[in-house]
Structures are given as structure tokens and as C-alpha cells.
Design a protein around this ligand. Sequence first.
Ligand code: C5P
Length: 215
Amino acid sequence: MNTVALIVAAGKGERAGGTLPKQFALIAGRPMLAWSYAAFAKNPRIERVIVAIAEDQQRLTAEHMPGVATITGGTTRRASVASGLAAMGDAERVLIHDAARPFITDAVIDRLIDALDNADGAVPVLPIVDTLVSTDGTSVSREGLHRVQTPQAFRVDSIRRAHAEWRGAEPTDDAQMVRALGGSVALVQGDPMLEKVTLPGDFAAAEARIGWETR
Ligand code: C5P
């Protein structure tokens, strides 16, 4: 079955500070986007990697990631994903991934793809270890709650339908659109290596993680 990876990297990436948009900022000497691109490109179960980039960042991409073909993303994350879904032809499965999570392991990719045998979608999750409280001071039980990461895997027909029929506000991930149509989304074990890089301090943490992984 034909599986593609779609990396969305068309955000402005400004919250991370620095002179370059965060998808091009270096982590251990390599642009952040290049880490997840390389992980997908070398995985034997992924046939093709599609990268969505903002129109005004195409030149930066050619400069920092020579030889990588890109498509133009949209003004929202959902629009960038939709551009990718339109560009993947008759692919049957897709792993949709945020460039802001540089370190993907083959084990997570395996768990996600395997879960699609019995579900429309699959997302990697981690347990919540902190105590939770709402702004009005009410304690919230963390029982049964998870932190959701990317990549998120889908059967292409399910995620295309979910995008076409979504009428809600901008979603924070793709799985909620599939669930809204009654689709099944499996939860698989995520990985601390997949933590998101958002703020300036997150780069040092990411470099520490990769150093720890490769020591
Ligand atoms: O801003 P945030 O980190 O939540 O964005 C998540 C991912 O969505 C990032 O990889 C970002 O580049 C991508 N994105 C996109 N197109 C947009 C906005 C965000 O591809 N218009």
C-alpha cells in the first residue's frame, strides 16, 4: 500500500526568535526541517515525502535544503495540509507531520502505519505527568488524558473527506476532523524525542535530546 509523508512547514515560525524562520534554524548543524525530512526519506515504508512551504520561503528552502521538492502551503495549517492532500495523487496512506517536531523514529512510524490496518487514523500520544488545573482554580483529573504529537497517520480517503467537510474553527490537529465525521482514530505510544520546538529555549533542549540519542 502506497504511503506518503507530508511535512507542513509553511508557518512563519517567528515565536522561536532568531534571524531565520524556525523551520530553517539549525539544530546540531542541520536545518530543523531537514531532520524530519531525512527520517521520512530513509524509512523503507514511506514512498514519497511532500514538503509544504510558504510562497515567500521557497528561495530559503532551495538554499538550505537543496534538491528537496516543495509545494506551496496556505495561510493556515489546515490550508497547508489541504495543499499537500491535493498533491499526493492516489496515495492510500499519509503521515502528516509538523516540521516543528524534528526527531522522528522508525518505531513511531511503524506503530502508526500498523494501526491503520484497523482505523481511519492513528496519532502518537504521551501520558500527562503534571497536575492539571483550570483557570478558575478547579482541579482537573489527568486520568484518561494524553498529549498528542505528530506525525498523525490517516487513510487518505478519510482525511480528504474530513478536510472537505470540516466547518468548525481552525483545528489544532487533523485527527479531530476525522473524529468529527465519526472516523476512528487509534492512539499509539508517542516518543519524548518528538517534543515540539516552539520557543527560543526549545532549541537547546532539542540539541540535548539529539546528543543524548546519538551518544
Ligand atoms: O505554529 P505551529 O508551531 O503550531 O505550527 C505547526 C506546524 O504547522 C508548523 O510546522 C508550521 O510550519 C505549520 N504551518 C503551516 N502553514 C501555516 C501555519 C503553520 O504549514 N499557514
